[in-house]
Design a protein around this ligand. Structure first.
Ligand code: SF4
Length: 288
């Protein structure tokens, strides 16, 4: 099994071929905006860009993002083997210009030129009980990452208490603060609970969920639907040009918290919501 080649192909697909759920949501948004409006024109340009990238096998956006991998592997698998294959695939993908060199040493300011470095790419490992491995890949744009936020409830200036009403307020505040920066319309990943670090991790993990995939908890599912409606009433619109489409979805995850803390984290993903995965069962590899 040439694992590196499969990961390389997953990267090529991710960087040049937006997943159908994201593309369909953007296509629906075009129809929802007024004919001749700046919002509709911005979305149409985005759609043209997506089509061109797919046809030419070139990056959908010049910022090919921070590279994040989640590896779920069965008992008997070796993390080292996955790490080696991922790092080699990333290096080759950068040389082939599927990826822009985006890994910078914060001390020297030097770009490593091959997307490799300390925690670059970032790889989460999880051993699970399944008899197959799954590798999920996300390209996280820098502009949208800068629009992420974390709130500690209660938040007195926002009058947001330690309850779901308070959570709603801070999510709306984060989207309102972004004002379309980070290339709206995107997906709002939310993590409720945990400590500061776990809260951010949970928020970002939500971005692997498909658009329209509701949380199994009906209370949270209702919150996701209602918040999406409220966010799209803000009038910020695509790229901040105004309009009805500020976000494509709100995806919320929940985990327990310490009695004295209540964190809400927001991971903002731009319209270039690039994520793909592969399933490896024996010698068979399936792309999704
Ligand atoms: S935020 Fe997303 S769409 Fe905007 S420049 Fe960055 S990667 Fe590209």
């Amino acid at each position: 099994m040439d694992l590196k080649s499969h990961i390389l192909e997953m990267i090529r697909r991710s960087t040049s071929d937006l997943s159908p759920d994201v593309e369909n949501a953007l296509a629906a948004a075009v129809q929802n905006e007024a004919e001749g409006s700046a919002a509709r024109n911005a979305l149409k340009t985005i759609m043209e860009n997506i089509e061109l990238a797919r046809k030419e096998s070139t990056p959908i956006c010049q910022d090919t993002g921070a590279l994040i991998f989640y590896v779920d592997y069965p008992a008997g698998g070796r993390e080292k083997d996955y790490t080696t294959a991922i790092r080699e695939a990333v290096e080759e993908a950068t040389a082939k210009q599927y990826l822009r060199p985006n890994s910078v040493d914060p001390v020297t300011g030097r770009n490593t030129g091959n997307n490799l470095g300390v925690n670059a790419p970032y790889i989460h490992f999880n051993q699970w009980d399944e008899d197959y491995a799954r590798i999920r890949f996300m390209q996280k744009g820098g502009g949208c990452e800068n629009c992420g936020a974390q709130y500690r409830l209660p938040d007195i200036p926002l009058n947001a208490g330690r309850d779901l009403a308070g959570v709603r307020k801070v999510i709306l505040d984060a989207v309102n603060n972004a004002q379309g920066q980070g290339c709206a319309p995107g997906v709002i990943g939310v993590g409720i609970g945990g400590d500061r670090a776990l809260s951010h991790i949970l928020a970002k993990e939500q971005l692997f969920r498909k658009i329209g995939e509701r949380n199994p908890d009906p209370v949270i599912a209702e919150m996701e639907t209602a918040l999406l409606k409220d966010i799209n009433k803000l009038g910020i619109g695509p790229m901040g040009f105004g309009g009805k489409t500020t976000a494509l979805d709100v995806l919320i995850g929940v985990q327990n918290r310490h009695p004295a803390t209540y964190y809400v984290s927001i991971a903002y993903m731009c319209w270039a919501n690039r994520r793909k995965s592969i399933i490896i069962k024996g010698n068979e590899v399936t792309y999704a």
